[in-house]
Design a protein around this ligand. Structure first.
Ligand SMILES: [Zn+2]
Length: 445
């Protein structure tokens, strides 16, 4: 009965099918066939299934098996300049980011992109939505590296025709940027059964003309691709947009006028939004990429998470490397909780999310934000097997190997991971049931 691509994983299964609700199976197991979860439940039951006959089970009851983490906003070429301190977003872009993005040619991409995707997988991230830079060739190389890595990725070449670092005259940039972006989209959008997808990526209204933004939005709709940009991250940025587009009522209204809002549009940050802007985003089912580690690092502010969720905004979590200092989404989850706690100290009535809620945002919530809730984000049969296997003993203060989670509830395990999780705890990462990362020294597991 054993299909040649059947795989069995054994461990403590935990996922979050709804905000705040954890579902768990202690001494559980998962059967994966052709990259899809065939069954998930108690190991004692699964091992008796005909599909499990003769199967060698990977991992052990000591491991914890979770849905792969989903990072909905980061910048691949910026990885080398993480943790470069600056007063705020705009000077940081000029002094640290634009110089390194200018150097992101094809050769740099060939060197950096494979390491970047390996770092994602080592952090337990199985799906990421990424910007590259303005260059077509290096974006193409980044796609090729994503393809080889086995990870699920949405990438886009940065578009900017106003204050770009490319050295071309603005009027020359627009047609070229559109042509190159569309060519990349045609080549990569939907590649490998949809594992790789394209996002038209006008950087933000500060460095784009209305003409470019309108055309980018039209191309994204025409190709059924994603669109990603930045919105309302920093007060100086907002003021710049207000002065540049005086006939529009708000920053979000600029994007609305250009046709950029919609269910496949992901807006990074969205911190300082007026109520009517929240209404525009919610009404269009647009997506917010919440980047708390970046927002604290760049002194941008704290997004009012509870208010945006109550307003019905679709929200995923994001590292925003290099604004955020690392790709570790557990740290982003921790920062999500702690930044809301900080708000609650001076703002009455703030609801601080639980560990289970931020874990939802990083898994099923992120999948829903990207419109992939039927495909990934939980451990349900029928979903593609994007999963991460974690060594809980690695996050315990005293090595609990042999009895790591005997007394711990699923909530306690997720909380431990939110506060202490990261690459040291990841044993193996799978996308569509294929191993994309395995820790070099898996210890006793
Ligand atoms: Zn960003």
């Amino acid at each position: 009965m054993l299909g040649k691509t059947t795989k069995g994983l054994r461990g403590f299964l935990i996922d979050a099918p709804e905000p705040g609700r954890l579902r768990a199976v202690r001494d559980g197991a998962m059967l994966i066939e052709d990259g899809v979860i065939l069954a998930a439940g108690p190991w004692e039951e699964l091992r008796r299934l005909p599909e499990a006959a003769g199967l060698t089970w990977l991992h052990s009851p000591e491991a914890v098996i979770l849905p792969g983490l989903i990072d909905v906003h980061a910048h691949l070429p910026q990885y080398p300049v993480v943790a470069r301190v600056e007063s705020g977003l705009l000077p940081w872009l000029e002094r640290h980011v634009f110089p390194v993005e200018k150097e992101f040619n094809a050769a740099t991409a060939r060197r950096l992109a494979p390491a970047f995707f390996e770092a994602l997988a080592r952090n337990g991230t199985t799906c990421a939505m990424l910007y590259t830079t303005i260059y077509e060739e290096s974006c193409d190389e980044a796609f090729a590296a994503a393809d080889r890595s086995g990870l699920r990725a949405i990438l886009g070449k940065v578009m900017m025709d106003d204050g770009s670092y490319g050295g071309l005259k603005p009027e020359k940039i627009l047609p070229l940027s559109l042509e190159q972006s569309e060519r990349l989209c045609r080549k990569w959008h939907g590649h490998d059964g949809g594992r790789l997808e394209y996002a038209f990526s006008p950087r933000f209204a500060v460095t784009c003309t209305e003409e470019l933004m309108r055309a980018a939005g039209a191309l994204a709709r025409e190709h059924g691709a994603y669109l990603q940009t930045h919105l309302s991250e920093n007060h100086d940025e907002i003021e710049t947009v207000r002065r540049k587009f005086p006939r529009h009522a708000s920053y979000t209204a600029v994007y609305e006028a250009c046709g950029l809002l919609g269910p496949r549009s992901v807006f990074g940050h969205c911190i300082h939004l007026a109520p009517e802007e929240v209404g525009l985003l919610a009404g269009s089912r647009s997506v917010v990429a919440h980047c708390p580690t970046s927002n604290l690092f760049l002194n941008s502010g704290i997004m009012p998470l509870d208010r945006w969720l109550e307003a019905g905004l679709r929200i995923g979590l994001a590292s925003d490397v290099a604004g955020g200092p690392e790709l570790n989404l557990w740290q982003v989850m921790r920062s999500t909780i702690e930044s809301q706690k900080a708000r609650s100290f001076y703002e009455p009535g703030v609801r601080v999310p639980t560990a289970a809620e931020v874990f939802y945002l990083a898994t099923a919530g992120g999948a829903a934000a990207l419109g992939k809730e039927a495909l990934i984000g939980t451990l349900e049969p029928g979903r593609e097997a994007d999963v991460v296997v974690v060594d809980l003993a690695a996050v315990l203060p005293v090595d609990g190997r042999g009895n790591a989670h005997a007394d711990l509830t699923p909530e306690e395990i997720i909380t431990l991971l939110v506060y202490r999780g990261g690459p040291a705890a990841v044993i193996e990462t799978f996308v569509r049931g294929t191993s994309v990362y395995r820790a070099p020294a898996p210890g006793l597991l």
